[in-house]
Design a protein around this ligand. Sequence first.
Ligand code: PTJ
Length: 265
Amino acid sequence: MRIPPDHPRAESLETREKLIEQYAKGVVTQAGLIAHGRGEAFDYLLGEKTTSSALKAIRAGAAAMLLAQKPVISVNGNVAALVAEDIVKLSQVTEAKIEVNLFYRSPERERAIGKSLKKAGAGKILGIGKNASARIQELSSERRRVDPTGIYVADVVLVPLEDGDRTQALEKMGKKVIAVDLNPLSRTAQEASITIVDNIVRAAPRLTLAAEELKNEDQKKCQLILAKFNNRKNLNESITLINKRLTKLATHQKGFTLSGKTLEL
Ligand code: PTJ
């Protein structure tokens, strides 16, 4: 459906349209549409923009990917539908492998997602068909099936729009997990090493930009960014932001401060 460009919520409606189109192509699953709705609700509460806390997490995520020996970007249906091109660019800048990993796995969806990643310019794509032959023992969902040359041996894994259990399992395996999740309360957000509380549509291009910038710097700069980053504190800032935004909206106050800075609503 054509969304009128002057509609006050045109951007959000266009994102929905993309997901609906990709659902028809078999890329997105029905539950993916519902998951997006949950994300939208949190985005609304966060003000539908990349917060300063998210920007800090994005820089830390880019630094972690650049410092990694074997970084992997895990792609599911929603990610392929919304940011396939950004993911390909990010993989090129950070030299990360791309692996398809699905909760609702089927050969048809693997193929459809592989096709849309190829169309976006991806080279080798891991985790499709027989290549997902390794198993994450702690998991019983289809997410346990991983590529022995990808997620299984990765030291850093980017997991946008995750469903919880796997982040915990990957962290237990000694991997650093970078999550992108609009819900700062989700298990994934709480368990990841670096949690980017932002919409994947905004976070993915910003991650690439941050990686491009940091790639030209000394490795020590990335190490310093990581050493200074505190995920717990960062997550708490997002929760506080939602809380303060709601309080302000409820009481019609004009502005508020967080960590000594005045934040815009
Ligand atoms: O493609 P599949 O088969 O792997 O399935 C993908 C879904 C997303 C259906 C599956 O992973 C799932 O069920 O996920 P959950 O448990 O619903 O979690 C998804 C999380 O992503 C929720 O915490 C949402 O708030 C969040 N989310 C949804 N849309 C966005 C988002 N976070 C960032 N950007 C979004 N656009």
